[in-house]
Design a binder for this molecule. Structure first.
Ligand SMILES: Cc1ncc(COP(=O)(O)O)c(C=O)c1O
Length: 478
C-alpha cells in the first residue's frame, strides 16, 4: 500500500505521543476495513520519512499493533496487516449457547493460554539471523562441542547474568544445558554418584515437569506444602535426615507467584550449609518483572551453602531452542561438571555459537526489553478485564508471563477448563501443580503467547462461562 493511501495525520500539539497517534489511527483503519490483510505496510523508515517523524515512532507503533495482533512482522519481508475488519465482530461475539457442533466440523482454533509459552520469538529478527549466519561461517568445526559449553557462550552468559540479574559469576562456573529439565536430570545423575537414590525436596504446589524429570532420573522426590511465597525455613528443621537437595523458586513461586523474603532465604541458606544440602534455585522468569524490583538471587547471597542456579532461555527466547544454563560452584559444581564430562552430552555447537553472537551483539537484551513491553501490556489488559470482578482473586502477576485466577464456588476449575476448551480456549487448572496438598480451585493463565485480541476474546469466553455456571444438579449450561 502506498504511503499516501494510509490515512494518517499527526497532531504535534497533542499530549498523545506520536507513536500512540500512529498506532491508534492505523488500528482504526484496520478495524474500519480501510486497510486489510494481506496488505504490506510501508517500511518503518519510509513511513517515518513520509510523516516527518523519527523511525523509532513508527517502530513503536508497529510493535504495539503487532503485540495486539493487528499486524504481523515478517522480518526482512516487512509488516503486514493481520486482521480483517469483520474479525472484530468475532472478538466481541458472545459465547455460543447452542448445543456442541456435530463432529464432522473442523475443530475450532484454540487460543492457547497454557503457561510457559513466551510471545513471538526473535527468529525473524535481523540480529538473530545475523548471529546464525556468523555461527555458520565459523571455520573448521569438526569436533564434538565442549561438554560444559563453548567458552564464548559461557562468557556471554556470565555477562548476561550481570546485566539481567546483577549476578557476578565466573564463566568457569557456568555450564550450558538444554534447559532446566536437562539441568535437573544432570544434577540427579550427579547426586546418584554419592547416594543411589538421592532425596530431592520440592515445593508443593510446584513445577510438575521437575517432579517427573527428577523421578525419572532416579531421585526420590519428596514434597513440602508451601504457600504463595514458597517454603519457610522453619519447615525444614524437623526433616530428619535432611534431603540431598531442595528445589525452590524463590523469585517467583511456581505457580502461585509470591517471592521468598530475604530473611527466609538467609535462614534457608544457613540450614543448607549446616546440613550440607544443595539448593537448586529455579530462576525461570525473573527477566520479566513488571512492577517491583527483583530480589537478588539466593545464589548471590553470602553463605557457606552450595546453591545451583538454574536458568533457561525458554522464556526469554523460546522453548524450541532447548537451551539454558546452570551456575554451580564448590564441591557440587565439581561433581556436576565431572558428570557432564563423563556423559559427554553437549548442547548443539552451532546453537551455542549463534546464541553467543546474539548475546554479545545485544540482541538478547533488545529482544527481552521488547518482549517485556508486550507482556506488561497484556498483563494490564488482563487486569483491566478481571479486576472489576470481586468474585475472582488474581495473583502471580508481579513477574513473569502467567497469572493465577482463583475461582468462586460453584465454579470448578477443571470443569471450567474443559468447557473453555470446547469453546476454543485452553487454560490449565491449578490441580496438576499440586502433588499431595489438596489443590486450590483456580486456573493458571499464560498471557505470554496470545495476541491482545486473542487474550481479550479468551477472557471474555472464560468470564461468560463462569457467569453461566450453575451449581451441580442445576439447569443446563453452555
Ligand atoms: C517453573 C519452570 N522452570 C523452568 C522452566 C523452563 O524449563 P526448560 O528450560 O526445560 O524449558 C519452566 C518453563 O515453563 C518453568 O515453568
Amino acid at each position: 500500500m502506498a504511503v499516501a493511501e494510509l490515512p494518517l495525520t499527526l497532531d504535534r500539539n497533542s499530549p498523545t505521543p506520536l507513536a500512540a497517534q500512529v498506532a491508534a489511527q492505523l488500528r482504526r483503519a484496520i478495524l474500519e476495513g480501510t486497510v486489510r490483510p494481506p496488505h504490506h505496510l510501508p517500511s518503518s523508515r519510509r513511513l517515518a520519512a513520509d510523516l516527518g517523524v523519527s523511525r523509532g515512532v513508527v517502530v513503536r507503533a508497529y510493535e504495539q499493533l503487532t503485540g495486539e495482533g493487528y499486524l504481523e512482522s515478517h522480518g526482512a519481508a516487512g509488516t503486514r496487516v493481520a486482521v480483517r475488519a469483520d474479525m472484530r465482530a468475532d472478538v466481541r461475539a458472545p459465547v455460543r449457547t447452542a448445543p456442541p457442533r456435530p463432529r464432522a466440523e473442523p475443530p475450532r482454533p484454540v487460543i492457547d493460554l497454557t503457561p510457559g509459552r513466551p510471545s513471538d520469538t526473535p527468529f525473524q529478527d535481523r540480529s538473530w539471523r545475523t548471529a546464525w549466519r556468523e555461527a555458520l561461517a565459523e571455520p573448521g568445526h569438526v569436533d564434538l562441542p565442549p561438554a560444559l559449553g563453548t567458552p564464548r557462550l559461557r562468557a556471554a552468559i556470565a555477562g548476561h547474568l550481570v546485566t539481567a540479574r546483577g549476578l557476578a559469576v565466573d564463566a568457569e562456573d557456568i555450564l550450558v544445558t538444554a534447559g532446566t529439565s536437562d539441568a535437573l536430570q544432570l544434577i540427579a545423575t550427579a547426586l546418584r554418584t554419592r547416594s543411589p537414590a538421592p532425596r530431592v525436596l520440592v515445593e508443593d504446589p510446584g513445577y510438575p515437569t521437575a517432579r517427573r524429570v527428577l523421578a525419572a532420573a532416579g531421585a526420590r522426590v519428596q514434597t513440602l506444602p508451601v504457600g504463595p511465597d514458597g517454603l519457610r525455613a522453619a519447615q525444614l528443621t524437623s526433616l530428619d535426615p535432611a534431603p540431598d537437595a531442595v528445589l525452590i523458586t524463590p523469585s517467583h513461586q511456581y505457580p502461585l507467584g509470591g517471592r521468598m523474603p530475604v530473611q527466609e532465604r538467609l535462614a534457608l541458606l544457613e540450614w543448607a550449609a549446616e546440613h550440607r544440602v544443595l539448593l537448586l534455585e529455579d530462576d525461570y522468569d525473573s527477566e520479566f518483572r513488571h512492577r517491583r524490583m527483583p530480589l537478588p538471587a539466593t545464589a548471590s547471597l553470602p553463605s557457606q551453602a552450595e546453591v545451583a542456579l538454574l536458568g533457561s532461555f525458554s522464556k526469554t527466547l523460546s522453548p524450541w531452542l532447548r537451551c539454558g544454563y546452570l551456575v554451580v560452584r564448590g564441591a557440587s559444581g565439581h561433581l556436576v561438571k565431572e558428570t557432564r564430562t563423563s556423559l559427554d552430552t553437549p548442547v548443539c555447537g552451532v546453537l551455542q555459537s549463534a546464541l553467543a553472537h546474539y548475546i554479545d551483539d545485544g540482541g538478547l537484551a533488545r529482544h527481552t526489553a521488547r518482549a517485556r513491553r508486550g507482556y506488561a501490556h497484556r498483563r494490564a489488559l488482563l487486569l483491566d478485564r478481571l479486576t472489576d470482578r470481586p468474585d475472582l482473586e488474581i495473583d502471580a502477576l508481579e513477574e513473569g508471563l502467567h497469572a493465577v485466577v482463583r475461582l468462586p464456588a460453584p465454579v470448578d476449575a477443571e470443569d471450567l477448563a474443559a468447557r473453555a476448551l470446547a469453546h476454543g480456549v485452553r487454560v490449565v487448572p491449578l490441580a496438576p501443580y499440586y502433588a499431595h496438598q489438596p489443590p486450590e480451585n483456580g486456573l493458571v493463565i499464560g498471557y505470554g503467547a496470545p495476541t491482545d485480541l486473542q487474550l481479550t476474546r479468551a477472557l471474555d469466553i472464560l468470564l461468560q462461562l463462569i457467569d453461566t455456571t450453575v451449581p451441580p444438579g442445576g439447569q443446563d449450561r453452555t
